[in-house]
Design a protein around this ligand. Structure first.
Ligand code: TNX
Length: 590
């Protein structure tokens, strides 16, 4: 018998309190089969974690009341309305309104092309597992009528990304002022269905949804993740899969670190050797690779369809060995260095005293800007250890002007801070001690900040000493460490109003496959996503941990790799619902 731990409301663990997430696995809700799932299903039993006994907070009491009422009034709903990551702004459960998606449901949507696209995405999410036809139709005033209505209402007071999701015995209504809001409402709806909805093949399940209303909008406008495709190159399909993970948790920016010492990953027509020569390596000596402009456009449009803006980074003036191999004229000594496949930083730089360097920068940024519908252009600026003082700030100021002339907003790592201010300038904070007078000064001059503190948000840090890949220079980052900080107050002297948002960077020196990426991303990405989206008032580690636990079976069902972090109470006996005999493609790879 394991040591008894206490739950938040003081009941001993193992009683119904902790079971709500697991109910979907009980026979009769989703039929049990012994067929293995397409992905890792062996979620280990959580080691009992002793929790300090404490008084229940208001949210816990509300959850308990909803649970009790739900059990009295209706057949069990598999999920509670509040079991969503990131935590919604407002949740009003109405258990008497629990509802289940019927086979004949229709998706009705406002007659608007972007809203229609969201309705189609919803249908594509629901069709594989349910096997239901779920036809999509449009209407001037969509009503659920026993199905799902997606209603674009420009007068709705929900902001550019907010939505309202109402579930009742008449069906589901998602309302938003924009297609983006509808898309986020759809992501929430997806999480409220049983985890079996993630199955790529039809399964027998009761597609129950909890009644009530969620009203939701993000705390910060910028919520992102970064993928370093330079240290190791990743195929377009891998990047698209990362986009899917971002979309699930309402992140809206994908920052691609496109260039570094070990490889140049984006085609530039005016400097072709950047890819014919500069892309041929990666850490460890593998073959590298690069994106053609068509590849890149595919990533940008796939992301845009998921309401995600791609932020391209060309790292300057340091981290440029691959460019110097291709074009020695850019090197300070005009001699081509050997290709670099190690993991040191700070040794390379383009010559800041040569005008040819600025031609190069203008050409490259011009072509990248032309591939970029979004407003941002990231110019790196980190770890240029050999370009110091006024030479560094002078270089950055010239590059900033090039970016501004291209009509883009400059983003750079916070080392850019000492350079002159330019309207809209955004600094990406990766410090580990939350203090930097230079950054505070830049903010005073008008810079905004994206928060990526190395010791909380760096997804390449190991979870624990035995994590098979990753670094530990910024410390170990378990899920709690990723979650327990506040972007609004993190950097001393930087007010919350100057914070544009958060971003979780994934550097890939030790990351060589999609499975590696997912292992480091999940389950920490949802923690960072919650910091970017949810009101601070919802911040509560114990509640987050419980909600996050419910995501495990979804990833397992979808065939997604994740780290089975021991501090998360993953459901102990995930089972795979019986498959029906209709072959389908995997929605995650479509
Ligand atoms: C620091 S933080 C870097 C990267 C490395 C990373 C490894 C920053 C802007 N630069 O060049 O890949 O550490 O964790």
């Amino acid at each position: 018998m394991p040591a008894k731990r206490r739950t938040l409301d003081g009941t001993p663990a193992g009683e119904p309190h902790f079971c709500h997430n697991r109910r979907e696995y009980t026979p009769g809700v989703a039929a049990v089969s012994t067929t293995p799932s397409p992905g890792p299903t062996a979620v280990p039993a959580a080691a009992p974690v002793p929790l300090p006994a404490r008084e229940p907070d208001a949210a816990t009491l509300a959850r308990a009341a909803e649970r009790a009422a739900g059990e009295v009034l209706t057949p069990p709903a598999p999920h509670l309305l509040a079991d969503v990551v990131p935590a919604p702004q407002q949740v009003q459960p109405a258990p008497a309104e629990n509802w289940a998606l019927p086979a004949e449901a229709v998706i009705v949507v406002s007659a608007d092309p972007a809203a229609l696209a969201v309705a189609e995405q919803l249908a594509q999410l629901l069709r594989p597992a349910t096997g239901y036809p779920l036809p999509v139709t449009d209407a001037t005033a969509p009503e659920p009528a026993g199905g799902i209505a997606l209603v674009l209402d420009q007068a709705a007071d929900l902001g550019a990304e907010g939505y309202r999701l109402a579930i009742s015995t008449t069906g589901v209504r998602v309302t938003a002022a924009t297609a983006t809001g509808l898309f986020y409402g759809v992501q929430t709806l997806r999480q409220l269905l049983p985890a079996a909805i993630e199955s790529p093949v039809p399964v027998t399940a009761h597609w129950a949804l909890p009644g009530g209303t969620i009203t939701d909008a993000p705390r910060f406008p910028y919520r992102g993740a970064m993928l370093d495709v330079a240290r190791h190159f990743f195929a377009v399909e891998d990047v698209l899969r990362v986009v899917d993970h971002l979309a699930r948790y309402k992140l809206n920016h994908l920052h691609l670190h496109l260039t570094d010492d070990q490889g140049w990953r984006i085609a530039v027509d005016s400097w072709p050797k950047l890819t014919t020569i500069g892309a041929a390596t990666e850490v460890g000596g593998g073959p590298g690779g690069h994106y053609t402009k068509a590849d890149y456009a595919r990533i940008v449009s796939y992301a845009a369809a998921r309401h995600i803006t791609v932020v391209p980074e060309i790292d300057l003036p340091g981290h440029t060995n691959s460019a110097l191999v291709a074009y020695p004229e850019l090197a300070p000594d005009k001699v081509a260095p050997p290709p670099y496949t190690g993991t040191e930083v700070g040794f390379s730089y383009v010559d800041p005293t040569d005008e040819r360097t600025y031609d190069f920068v203008a050409d490259v940024l011009g072509e990248v800007a032309a591939l970029t519908p979004g407003p941002w252009l990231h110019i790196g600026g980190d770890e240029a250890f050999k370009v110091k003082g006024e030479v560094y700030t002078g270089f950055v100021e010239r590059v900033q002007r090039i970016v501004a002339d291209l009509g883009k907003t400059i983003v750079g790592w916070h080392q850019l801070a000492p350079a002159a201010h330019l309207d809209g300038r955004v600094l990406q904070w990766w410090g580990t001690n939350g203090e930097d007078p230079s950054t505070v000064d830049a903010v005073r001059r008008g810079a905004r900040l994206i928060l990526s503190p190395g010791n909380h948000a760096y997804l390449d840090m190991k979870y624990a000493p035995d994590t098979p890949i990753g670094h530990d220079w910024a410390g170990l980052i378990d899920v709690r460490k990723a979650y327990d900080w506040d972007p609004g107050t993190h950097v001393a002297g930087v007010p919350a109003e100057a914070v544009l948002g958060v971003e979780a960077p994934l550097w890939t020196e030790s990351v060589t496959s999609l499975a590696d990426i997912e292992l480091l991303l999940l389950p920490r990405l949802p923690a960072i996503a919650e910091l970017g989206w949810s009101p601070r008032a919802t911040h509560d580690w114990a509640a987050f941990r419980d909600r996050l636990a419910g995501q495990g079976p979804r990833w397992a069902t979808a065939g997604v790799t994740f780290h089975h972090a021991p501090e998360i109470p993953w459901p102990t006996a995930p089972t795979v619902p019986a498959q029906r005999n209709v072959p389908q493609t995997d929605p995650a790879t479509r």
